[in-house]
Design a protein around this ligand. Sequence first.
Ligand code: C2E
Ligand code: MG
Ligand code: MG
Length: 725
Amino acid sequence: MTAPTQSGITQATETPPSLQCSVASGWEVLTTLIACLHDAVLLVDAAQLRVVAANEAAALLFALPVQSLCGRNVVELSSTPQDLCFWIDASQGLANSTCSHTMIQRCNGETRPVARRVSRLVLEPPIEPADPLQSNAERAVYVVAFHDQTAERRVEEMLETRVAELRATLESTADGILVTDPAGHVNCCNERFAALWGITGELLARRDDQALRDRMLRSVEDPTAYTERLAAIESDATLHASDIFKLKSGKVLERVTRPQSSRGRPIGRVFSFRDITESLEACQRIEQLSHTDALTGLANRRQLRTRFEIALAMAQRENAPFAVLFLDLDRFKHINDSLGHEFGDRVLIEVSQRVQTCLRQVDTLARLGGDEFVMLAHQVDAAGAEITARRVLEAMSGPFVLDGLSFTVTCSIGISLYPSNGSNMDELLRHADKAMYSVKNGGRAGYRFHQPHKDVDLRSRMRIDHAMRQALANGRFRLNYQPQIDMLSGEVVGAEALLRWSRSELSHVLPAELISVAEESGYIVILGEWVVNQAVQQAAQWHARGMSLIIAVNVSALQFQRSNFVESVALALRQSGLPPHLLELELTESILVQDVDEALSRLGALAQLGVRMSIDDFGTGYSSLGYLKRFPIKQLKIDRSFVEGLPDNDSDAGIVKAIINLGRALHLQVIAEGVETEAQRTFLKQAGCNSYQGFLYSAALEAEELEQRMTPKQATVNGLRLIRR
Ligand code: C2E
Ligand code: MG
Ligand code: MG
């Protein structure tokens, strides 16, 4: 079992461990030696298994003074069955040494983890008197050294906990994580990574990097781009990168990669993969919503602005015009209020669909909100814009049928043109919007171009409004009368009453401007009533003096729509005594078509009174033949704009002839306004126009001037005049 050595200590023949020491200084050297050690050491009598020496470190480890340790049976200090077995074997000479991790029990009952090494040592004489082994025949001891592992265990446990936490963190991240070493070999990955890429547990367990890479490559939609990108990433150890690619499964992944380093040295690379399919779709949806109107799917104001910029750039490059049409539904509030917003929404959708059919694919239809729409028509001049506006009005004219309810929706359209009416979106929209409002004021259901002179700024409109109210109160309004002449006889058969005011500081304000301010503020109702009374009284006076002229009075939409309008006309006639057939009301087309049933009943009541009705500015509005036929009107008044080009302008000539023929077919009289030249008059007469008015004969005159202009034959006092109409 043992082999004697020269040193006097016999090493146990079994290995490990081996220990050699000089025994020159005997037992004391041995005990001094163990006293110098950091680790706890016990010397155990091999025969008795009793502790014969212990160092301070052992006393500390076992929480027992050295004296208390000495003399104890080593078995008492064991705390595991394996230890017990070892010492039993040792006592029978069956075990010499061991090296193990075990637990010791301290005297306070606490256990501690230790690394323990037991070596059998055989000592040779001479024996000193202090030698506790004197009696032992064999003189063998076990050197039992303990290394207290409590601190290491604690660190290990802490590290284990930390690793587990890191693993849990890795697993609980929403991203798929893949960590590679500098050579590109996979260090680790999480389950999310496997799930995103559809990698099986079996493939992961194989730890076959190439198979994993192949699987990933097969999953991407564009393997070539993916490979190139990955090569670029892997060729630069310091690269921070992120990119997006699509898998064949339809998933869109965002890949972010960062180099990984430890203590300043690169140790690999971390790839994180995030499924952005849904957020991408949401982004696209948000992007789409931010450009479109949620209800109708049309462009919204934001997209309109973008399209405007394109239109502007194109128009400037190609020196081409474009048109902006501002559309607002008439009385849409009524639909919303009476039938509910959900119904209103469906109307808006149908309107958007109808209007869309009137535009070319290149044009833009946008909804600004509510019932406001804007059309952007590319490479379109005034004529083109007019065609578009008419097309839209036509498309809108058909009945709407929703939930079994049949109804009509009309709209008002204002038009502005680039470049003549503005150089940017805001200016063009503002002008189209104003033009649209003037359609509304003129009775709705029509279109109108922006008219620069009408664009009087707000302050001056307020000034006009104020001055207008003062003027009526102070009697500074008066009427002038423009004679209307029968084509065949050349006699004055009527006169149009036109509003004038005597106020020097506002003398530059044209009647049309004044009327538009009054229409805007609603004051036209009062003013219009004054005009009707004034004109009727004047006509009654003339009539009483034998000058039976038909007096034509312009009526604004607001005035006509008042529920007491018919009554107020009847009252004026009664009070003045003017025979009703000598009063003619000039209405515009738009007044008549906006609420056809209402207009029909009002016109019927007026016709019942015996009053004549004529359609002013005919041709500029939008009236359908069907309506014209049903209205009890007597006369069409050809707008001045068509007369202007006569006789040379072919299209004016064509339109004028068409209106005259239309009048004839519908048994209506036709009068032309704005006749300034003999050539115009001749053309009109040959075309069959019944009468005319214009500067050729006379501008609007003061009442007395008109009387003087009448031929003596016409001005017969008390004589009856035959009116040829
Ligand atoms: P309107 O009813 O079309 O009246 C005809 C306009 O043409 C008048 O302008 C008249 O002076 C003008 N005019 C007549 N002959 C000629 C011509 O040969 N050449 C040219 N260049 N112009 C001619 P005015 O008086 O400036 O009135 C403009 C508009 O104001 C009227 O157009 C009418 O819409 C409105 N208006 C005038 N008075 C009243 C009124 O009492 N009530 C309402 N509601 N509107 C009125
Ligand atoms: Mg008129
Ligand atoms: Mg007119």
